[in-house]
Ligand binder design. Structure first.
Ligand SMILES: NC(=O)C1=CN([C@@H]2O[C@H](COP(=O)(O)OP(=O)(O)OC[C@H]3O[C@@H](n4cnc5c(N)ncnc54)[C@H](OP(=O)(O)O)[C@@H]3O)[C@@H](O)[C@H]2O)C=CC1
Ligand SMILES: O=C(O)CCC(=O)C(=O)O
Ligand SMILES: [Mg+2]
Length: 414
């Protein structure tokens, strides 16, 4: 067994699900690879300042570093990408935040990000996409973009069940498909890699249920089920059908003009919530041309990955796109973007995405006042045109500042 490297902060208290949030919670964080080294300390500094200011020193997060990715291999040993004590800490302390982690393309290790989501069963990937006044955008009316993506986070082709072309395993699977399943459509069976796309009724139900509850609690006007069910009938098509059925059976939605669209009244506000669907390719053009028509989005894992970055681009890019991975017990907050390796260690990139992920975390803890301060100070810095390179290159008259200076500009405006 490898040595322990996690130092538990002496003064903090554990968050225990179902119990009130202590004033001094211990929050584990993973610094992350690549630009993790730049954005994570800035996020911590900004969040500490917001909490201190909002609660006059009465509340304080006790950050506890836990290790994954490249940093972990240096501490624990060359093959220790996700040590057991990291998993254990993320579970034990229940609310955490992480920087991005590298996944090599083609070969090498499988995604540590995906492994974490699977191991903790963080089945909801929640990514709000909203416009901040003054942010550069390719849209004429970016203020019309206000969506929240609920991406299924544990299933789909993203789960990484696949076999390399020409491997014994791929040959075996292809032979099984041909001999026992009557499959005749594999165009080049000798040289095909094979991937499996599991999409389940339970997995879809729990994700869509969470999305609809969110729509109710936040008085949103519609839920759009985004899928490619015309082509992948028994996976993406299943996702669509199960989502509609759940809206009807659990939330009392009634068909509109014979369906499949349906609607129900928000029990809290009496406002109608429309449940509709869109095929993923057409959806990607609609969100550019008619963003106001979309609100809460529910989709399978891979579609959610693509939609997240595409939508982020409409309101400033992935430098400012936050996210949360949530289960019924645990929550692990993380930016939408990756490790942007060419910028690593340059104190250059936008820390906004991770800061806004932490802002979601503050709201999750019920620390609304501190979360509001984060939003207001970011809006104020952007309004003063003090921005990192990604915004500066698209804005007239902007002052380009470093990653850490942007954090300081936020703190100065709290
Ligand atoms: N959850 C996670 O941990 C994720 C991990 N990854 C991993 O990250 C690695 C790199 O992936 P890659 O495809 O390059 O995608 P990245 O998201 O890392 O970066 C793509 C581009 O997005 C822009 N960008 C990203 N982050 C920021 C930021 N904070 N501020 C400003 N601009 C930013 C940059 O654009 P520009 O060049 O125009 O300046 C960058 O080159 C891969 O190994 C991938 O698997 C990817 C996504 C999520
Ligand atoms: O795990 C990775 O490397 C990529 C993950 C990703 O792009 C995402 O979850 O949005
Ligand atoms: Mg992605």
């Amino acid at each position: 067994m490898s040595a322990s490297h996690i130092k538990v902060p002496a003064a903090g208290q554990k968050i225990i699900p179902g119990q009130p949030i202590p004033n001094n919670p211990i929050i584990p964080f993973i610094e992350g690879d690549g630009i993790g080294i730049d954005i994570t300390p800035v996020m911590i500094k900004v969040i500490d300042a917001a909490v201190d200011k909002a609660y006059d020193g009465q509340k304080k997060i006790h950050w506890m570093e836990v290790y994954a990715g490249e940093k972990s291999t240096k501490l624990y040993g060359p093959d220790e990408w996700l040590p057991k004590e990291t998993f254990d800490a993320l579970k034990e302390y229940s609310v955490s935040i992480k920087g991005p982690m590298t996944t090599p393309v083609g070969g090498g290790i499988r995604s540590l990000n995906v492994a974490l989501r699977q191991e903790l069963d963080l089945y909801q990937c929640v990514r709000p996409v909203q416009y901040f006044q003054g942010v550069p955008s390719p849209l004429k009316q970016p203020e019309l973009v206000n969506m929240v993506i609920f991406r299924e986070n544990t299933e789909d082709i993203y789960a990484g069940i696949e076999w390399a072309a020409q491997s014994e395993a791929a040959k075996k699977v292809i032979k099984f498909l041909q001999d026992e399943m009557g499959v005749k459509k594999i165009r080049f069976p000798e040289t095909s890699g094979i991937g499996i796309k599991p999409v389940s009724i339970e997995g879809t139900q729990r994700l869509v249920r969470a999305a609809i509850k969110y729509a109710i609690e936040n008085d949103r006007k519609s839920l759009t089920i985004v899928h490619k069910g015309n082509i992948m009938k028994f996976t993406e098509g299943l996702f669509r059908d199960v989502a509609y059925k759940l809206a009807q059976e659990e939330f009392g939605a009634e068909l509109i003009d014979g369906g499949p669209w349906c609607k129900f009244k928000n029990p809290n506000t009496g406002r109608e919530i429309i449940v509709k669907d869109a095929i993923a390719d057409a959806f990607l053009q609609q969100i550019l041309l008619r963003p106001a028509e979309y609100d809460v989005i529910a989709c399978c894992n891979l579609n959610g990955d693509y939609i997240s970055d595409a939508l982020a681009a409409q309101v400033g890019g992935i430098g400012i796109a936050p996210g949360a991975n949530i289960s019924d017990q645990y929550a692990c907050f993380e930016a939408t973007h990756g490790t942007a390796p060419k910028y690593a260690g340059q104190d250059k990139v936008n820390p906004g995405s991770l800061i806004l992920s932490a802002e979601m975390m503050l709201r999750h803890l019920g620390w609304k006042e501190a979360a509001d301060l984060v939003i207001h100070s970011m809006e104020a810095a952007i309004a003063d045109k003090i921005v990192t390179y990604d915004f500066a290159r698209l804005m007239d008259g902007a002052t380009e500042v470093s990653c850490s200076a942007f954090g300081d500009a936020m703190i100065a405006r709290m």
